[in-house]
Design a protein around this ligand. Sequence first.
Ligand code: SF4
Length: 82
Amino acid sequence: MSNTHEQEVNGLTVEIERDLCIGSGNCESLAPEVFYIDTSNLAAFQDNIPDDMDRGRVMEACGLCPVDALRATDEDGEQLVP
Ligand code: SF4
């Protein structure tokens, strides 16, 4: 069963593929406004993500995932990361 969480972040569609996540915390370290590590030690989305969240930093955080569990797609459906 798929365990993907999806969230819009300032126009980006961000997905967490939780079956791949190893809880390294890289995403949370770089973009704590968007990601946190939940009680299952997996990345999850914060509840109150700022409307003006820096998209560049979100993409950078997605790119730091060691197992490519994070995907970012723009408004045109173009996959930006990974
Ligand atoms: S960087 Fe990737 S593996 Fe690490 S907590 Fe975030 S989603 Fe999980």
